[in-house]
Design a protein around this ligand. Structure first.
Ligand code: ZN
Length: 176
């Protein structure tokens, strides 16, 4: 795997060791630093040093790339694998414990999904996709959390305070 440079497009790629100009590589770049083993990139600058063999790659917009990969993962027709689940969760910028809370599953069980010891069931796999898609749609994972309370609790009644005209309501749960 080559080194990922943060420099912009344009200037010729030079070897960090030899300072020599590098030769472009035609093959696709196997992009593994996101934790997925099946992503290959084309259309980016990827080069090799003729002197020492050092490889280097330039990715102009990492954030956009990761979001594009996220969309491909969340819409893929195949079953979500452990690496996909980790990638989607990291793309939401949250810890495994937080994801387990959102999904309403035990943290130990969730860890087994991420470790690949067991795959989530159909409904949970769909929920993972939905939660990721919703967080990207809303643009904020924190706002997603409020739809998924950390635990289900019983309450005796709900009081909705507010103004019908302005459609501003406040929700009050009276816990038993
Ligand atoms: Zn070199």
């Amino acid at each position: 795997m080559g080194r990922i440079e943060k420099l912009g497009r344009g200037s010729p790629m030079k070897c960090k060791r030899c300072e020599k100009e590098m030769t472009p590589i035609e093959e696709k770049y196997h992009f593994t630093s996101n934790g997925l083993d099946y992503v290959y990139l084309s259309g980016i600058e990827y080069a090799r040093c003729g002197e020492c063999g050092e490889k280097s790659v330039r990715i102009p917009n990492m954030k956009m790339l990761l979001e594009g990969i996220g969309e491909a993962v969340v819409t893929k027709k195949l079953t979500l694998e452990a690496q996909d689940i980790v990638f989607l969760r990291k793309g939401m910028g949250i810890k495994a414990k937080e994801m387990a809370d959102i999904l309403g599953v035990d943290t130990a069980l969730y860890s087994r999904w991420e470790n690949g010891h067991v795959l989530p069931g159909k409904a949970n796999a769909r929920l993972i996709r939905l939660v990721y898609a919703a967080s990207k749609e809303v643009g904020n994972t924190e706002d997603i959390k409020k739809f998924f309370p950390p635990r289900d609790r019983e309450f005796v009644r709900v009081i909705l305070n507010g103004d019908v005209e302005s459609e501003e309501f406040e929700f009050e749960e009276m816990v038993a």
